[in-house]
Design a protein around this ligand. Structure first.
Ligand SMILES: Nc1ncnc2c1ncn2[C@@H]1O[C@H](COP(=O)(O)OP(=O)(O)O)[C@@H](O)[C@H]1O
Ligand SMILES: NC(=O)OP(=O)(O)O
Length: 312
């Protein structure tokens, strides 16, 4: 089967959310063992990944060093995260495949995602990135013009514009690599956001696209059979965090749409995952939300929250 796996920040940072290099290496090495098992099982695998912690950290460096090094725009920051995370995935996945005696080549592709210049997301920042801060510290940055949001018990987090992904522009390259047997990583951090100029060129924009929404789009563009959204919880949950919490297993499209409309899935975390899973199921595929440890079982069995395409 052709499988698109979307790796969450939890798969790429330390247990405390640390984005220190050693913590990222350890997390990615662990994650690639699970991906290698999926490849060993005979599936064609495309990986995509988040970049929220990493892109936020680059922005902080930008600000702190602005008086000595020219700050770079957010699309550049996103491109940098694709490079660094793609590099770590290549090293870790190649090694994990070799240990299993699996002879498959790997590639990581710098990928652009087309968005609409007039997307309402540019006027209303919604994508949480970077570190969490207590309100007192966040307030100083808010006073300097940044937008921060209360993210609950972990603290406040900066939010940036997050337009809808319309097209992953590297799809043709990815088709070619998949047909040649590569395991590919693409559209990291939702893809580098670009818009069409009136004369038809492309130009980067200041935004971070939601990687789960791009994953659903890319899965459709690549004609994947299954979209696996790998995170740190085994299921999407109804009444999450309440005494009535109830995991959702296999669920129909309409029933899941109803739960989403009732507000069961938090924005900026489970919300976009469920939205992505719904979109891919509507396009005719099977979507699964579960933990990284269970991605092979998610493709071959019946674990996690599973939304099947409606039978026509
Ligand atoms: N209804 C829900 N069911 C399950 N998890 C939820 C729900 N609402 C919010 N969450 C939170 O969503 C988190 C997963 O989203 P996120 O941290 O953004 O994942 P990742 O970094 O892996 O992409 C879970 O750890 C959980 O705390
Ligand atoms: N770009 C993006 O959605 O990153 P996270 O999944 O790390 O938030």
């Amino acid at each position: 089967m052709r499988v698109l796996v979307a790796l969450g920040g939890n798969a790429m940072t330390g247990p405390d959310g640390s984005a220190a290099p050693q913590a990222q290496w350890e997390a990615i090495r662990g994650a690639m063992e699970h991906v290698a098992r999926l490849v060993e099982a005979g599936h064609d695998v495309v990986l995509t990944h988040g970049n929220g912690p990493q892109v936020g950290n680059i922005l902080v460096k930008n600000e702190l060093a602005a008086h000595v090094v020219p700050p770079v725009p957010l699309d550049w920051c996103g491109a940098q995260t694709q490079g660094t995370i793609g590099y770590m995935i290549l090293v870790a996945l190649e090694a994990a495949l070799a240990r299993r005696g699996v002879d498959r080549k790997v590639a990581a592709i710098v990928s652009r995602t087309l968005v609409d210049r007039d997307d309402p997301g540019f006027a209303r920042p919604t994508k949480p990135i970077g570190r969490y801060l207590p309100l007192a510290q966040a307030q100083k940055l808010i006073d300097h013009g940044e937008t921060w949001q209360d993210r609950g018990e972990k603290g406040w987090r900066r939010v940036v514009p997050s337009p809808e992904p319309l097209e992953v522009l590297e799809a043709h390259t990815l088709h070619t690599l998949l047909d040649a047997g590569y395991v590919v990583t693409a559209a990291g951090g939702g893809g580098i956001p670009v818009v069409r100029t009136p004369d038809g060129d492309l130009e980067g924009v200041d935004a971070v696209i939601d990687k789960d929404l791009t994953a659903a789009l890319l899965a459709e563009q690549l004609h994947a059979d299954v979209l696996v959204i790998a995170t740190d919880v085994p299921h999407a949950v109804l009444g999450y965090g309440t005494p009535e919490a109830r995991p959702i297993g296999r669920v129909g499209l309409e029933e899941m749409e109803k739960y989403a409309a009732e507000g069961h899935f938090a924005s900026g975390s489970m919300g976009p995952k469920v939205e992505a899973a719904l979109r891919f199921a509507r396009s005719g595929g099977r979507s699964v939300i579960t933990t990284l440890h269970q991605i092979t079982e998610a493709v071959e069995g019946d674990v996690g929250t599973v939304i099947d395409a409606p039978r026509l």
